[in-house]
Design a protein around this ligand. Structure first.
Ligand SMILES: Nc1nc2c(c(=O)[nH]1)N[C@H]1C(S)=C(S)[C@@H](COP(=O)(O)OP(=O)(O)OC[C@H]3O[C@@H](n4cnc5c(=O)[nH]c(N)nc54)[C@H](O)[C@@H]3O)O[C@H]1N2
Ligand SMILES: Nc1nc2c(c(=O)[nH]1)N[C@H]1C(S)=C(S)[C@@H](COP(=O)(O)OP(=O)(O)OC[C@H]3O[C@@H](n4cnc5c(=O)[nH]c(N)nc54)[C@H](O)[C@@H]3O)O[C@H]1N2
Ligand SMILES: [Mo]
Length: 697
């Protein structure tokens, strides 16, 4: 018997929710197909392989309790009763000794549904228990989300734009945005691809000639990581110098344009931020910067799409202040086919139901980037609490947070730790109890996208394998054992909540929604802040000036940084001459599946001219190292990466050898918890490293 069950991924992959149909033959999912009810929404290779994750031989099918020293990888299988009894008792002991904030919630991107949301449910569990220590900000866009409110006030929340509006664009600039591989919403990639097919020129500014650049026939401008702000300032310089900025118009929209002109022209401090000046920092030659500025100014409208990558760097706060400045200066801000230069997903998505709020209790938070520091140093180090235990849900924290070795030490220092997982990740290995949870195909849920006018619904395509349970059911039973079950669940089962969420959602016909798995709205064609751009006096922004604050006194006051976006040379360390980037791969959502050696796992892309100098050929063993750690990798010599830059996809799993060197190719063995700047946001691109041949190491 063949059944077709609507489903969706529900992973934090930049789509967040892509519609699929699970084909179930004799009780087994044999393949995933496109959902015909959503012809415009294209799933990706990760969605089409959901059944592989579900049936993976290494999937965890029973609760496990550590049966050896931490990290030894020795566990024994136990029943749910014993596992949850142990978790309840040990968390209770920590709470007794340190108060609720002694338990840290490490919630991650594992599952992003409205109901089985690994991070949301964990926060709810802590709130129901009376508090805890959680995490503030995120790994994705910590620097951007920190600065955008200074630029746009609360309107930052609606400063994105719908992908459909790219049909009005005469030029698309993908500035560190690899949208056909690292999705930023399900619709943007196909929409830009369609525009490119129709003849719209695309420029890609990226250290790599990406799949996106190649597929779109884009012009590639290779740039050194972490130097976008320098190039942006030089573009502004050229625009001003050539009289291409409509100053009266720009000043109606923003405060600080004159200050920026004074800064880039050298009138402020005698330093001209010219293309020649920027060339030294960013490696893009002055003529290319100049010609880019001219082409960008001539094309109207031009859509500037900043990737999140350009803010996941040292001083990444500045690049997002400048992407907005560029769109204001060129007259592309808030017009159809243009953009605000903000994060693209800053627009409301259709209403899905949600849990009613719970009082947070004694809830404290540490910046997510610093979770290992907060565990290791506690109040002594200025962090909000002393942490004794960690509860991990949907987060491969040791692998995906910065500085794996520090994270490992943090996990080892805890008196107790538990996680919800499908696989024995580097993080699960360091936990005392590992609870097996359902795969995406085993649960009912409602999903909303990162960006887009649709909602998705799925029912379970197949029953759980082994002893796996859903995230909600695990949390619910644990909360009952710990004495706050009613507060957590309100006495409702997962399907009862879901029924309510569907009823509260924007989908007008719940039965039709459940049957097809898709609700598609009217298609909003929204251009964020277009009301303001059309008439700034009548529709002021909620900022002190009512305009975009390119000069922000509040920013200067709060951070001690310059009120106007500025460039600071990164510190140079001759020991680490290469600049490492750690981008996403189309093959994975972050670390999911990162334990299985894929074709690109542990592969370090290096420019042909660097390889020739070092005597490296493709396939050679290399070591990438810095003060944080060392990783063994295989060389992939390429013409598609800027000289001086090396690239290692994020997500491969840490596999420490006895010498402390990682053999798994985990990028975060080399990153640091220091942070970007005032936002304390992750720095995962532009990391100084040394590269040498393995034999000479
Ligand atoms: N070097 C470097 N590091 C990075 C990045 C980078 O660009 N470079 N990117 C960062 C970014 S932007 C992010 S968002 C983070 C993401 O990092 P994480 O939040 O760790 O995301 P994942 O690796 O996708 O998933 C975490 C775990 O959830 C588990 N999981 C899958 N489905 C479920 C489920 O239904 N329930 C539960 N409980 N668990 C499930 C998976 O097995 C996986 O181990 O990584 C960050 N780390
Ligand atoms: N396939 C896939 N897609 C994903 C995800 C995934 O796990 N897998 N995760 C999703 C999540 S949670 C997030 S937060 C987003 C993140 O989205 P992004 O941050 O935009 O993704 P990245 O792959 O880190 O970087 C995008 C591009 O920027 C380039 N780049 C790196 N450093 C620099 C720089 O300093 N300057 C410039 N100009 N370019 C640079 C990289 O080479 C890469 O091609 O992706 C989402 N999309
Ligand atoms: Mo992310």
């Amino acid at each position: 018997m063949v059944q077709r069950v609507p489903t969706f991924c529900g992973k934090d992959c930049g789509g967040n929710a892509c519609p699929l149909v699970a084909v179930v033959e004799d009780g087994e999912v044999t393949r995933l197909e496109r959902n015909p009810a959503a012809p415009g929404l294209k799933p990706c290779p990760r969605g089409y392989s959901l059944h592989e994750e579900h049936y993976a031989r290494d999937r965890l099918l029973s609760p496990l309790v550590a049966d050896g020293p931490r990290g030894s990888g020795r566990f024994r299988e136990v029943g749910w009763d014993q596992a949850l009894g142990l978790v309840a008792r040990r968390l209770g002991e920590t709470r007794e000794r340190l108060g609720p904030s002694g338990v840290m919630g490490l919630g991650g991107a594992g599952s992003t549904g409205a109901l089985h949301n690994s991070e949301g449910l964990l926060t709810r569990l802590l709130a129901a228990s009376g508090g805890g220590t959680g995490l503030s900000s995120n790994y994705s866009n910590g620097a951007a989300r920190f600065v955008l409110p200074y630029l746009f006030g609360d309107a930052a929340k609606r400063s994105g734009w719908d992908a459909s509006t790219v049909r009005h664009s005469r030029l698309v600039v993908l500035w560190g945005a690899n949208i056909l591989e690292a999705r930023l919403g399900t619709e943007l990639g196909p929409a830009v691809a369609a525009a490119a097919r129709a003849g719209t020129p695309v420029i890609v500014i990226d250290p790599r000639r990406t799949r996106t650049a190649a597929a779109l026939g884009a012009r590639w401008i290779p740039i050194r990581p972490g130097t976008d702000a320098a190039m942006m300032l030089a573009v502004l310089y050229s625009l001003f110098k050539r009289g291409l900025v409509d100053m009266p118009r720009a000043s109606r929209l923003a405060v600080g344009m004159e200050d920026l002109e004074r800064y880039v022209s050298g009138a402020a401090d005698g330093v001209e931020r010219s293309p020649a000046w920027a060339e030294r920092a960013c490696g893009v030659d002055a003529a290319t910067i100049e010609s880019f500025a001219v082409e960008y100014a001539a094309a109207s409208p031009a859509m500037l799409v900043p990737g999140y990558s350009i803010q996941r760097v040292l001083n990444g706060e500045e690049s997002y202040r400048l992407s907005a400045a560029l769109q204001v200066a060129t007259g592309n801000f808030g017009i159809a086919g243009g953009s605000t230069g903000s994060l693209n997903n800053r627009l409301p998505t259709p209403r899905a139901g949600s849990f009613p709020d719970l009082p947070a209790g004694d809830y404290r938070s540490a910046p997510i980037l610093r979770w290992p520091d907060a565990v290791l140093e506690g109040r002594r180090g200025g962090y909000p609490s002393d942490v004794g235990a960690a509860y991990v849900a949907g987060f491969n924290a040791v692998n995906q947070g910065a500085d794996c070795l520090k994270s490992k030490r943090a996990m080892e220092s805890l008196e107790f730790s538990v996680c919800h997982e499908l696989f024995m990740t580097p993080t699960a290995r360091l936990c005392d109890v590992v609870l097996p949870v359902c795969s995406a195909l085993e649960k009912e849920d409602l999903g909303a996208p990162w960006l887009g006018d649709y909602l998705l619904y799925k029912k379970a395509a197949v029953p759980p394998r082994g002893l796996a349970r859903s995230d909600y059911d695990v949390f619910r039973e644990l909360s009952e054992r710990m004495g706050f079950g009613e507060a957590f669940s309100g006495g409702r089962s997962a399907s009862e909540w879901l029924e309510r969420f569907v009823a509260e959602s924007e989908a007008p016909d719940a039965d039709a929604f459940r049957a097809t798995g898709v609700y598609i709205g009217e298609g909003r064609d929204r251009v964020g802040l277009s009301d303001f751009a059309a008439d700034p006096e009548a529709n002021p922004l909620p900022t002190p000036s009512g305009r975009v604050e390119l000069r922000s006194e509040a920013y200067a006051r709060d951070t001690g940084r310059s009120a106007v976006p500025a460039w600071t040379d990164p510190p140079a360390d001759p020991r680490y001459p290469f600049s490492l980037i750690t981008p996403k791969t189309i093959r994975r959502t972050h670390s999911q599946g990162g334990g299985r050696a894929g074709p690109d796992s542990g592969e370090l892309t290096i420019a042909a001219e660097d390889a020739a100098r070092l005597g490296v050929r493709s396939g050679d063993g290399l070591v990438a190292s810095n003060d944080r750690g060392a990783v063994l990798v295989r060389a992939l010599v390429s013409d598609d990466i800027a000289p001086g830059v090396v690239s290692l996809h994020e997500g491969a799993w840490l596999e420490l050898g006895p010498d402390g060197v990682d053999r798994g190719g985990s990028a975060n063995a080399l990153t640091s918890t220091d942070g970007s700047g005032p936002a304390v946001a992750p720095v995962m691109h532009g990391i100084p490293v040394a590269i040498y041949l393995r034999s000479s190491g």
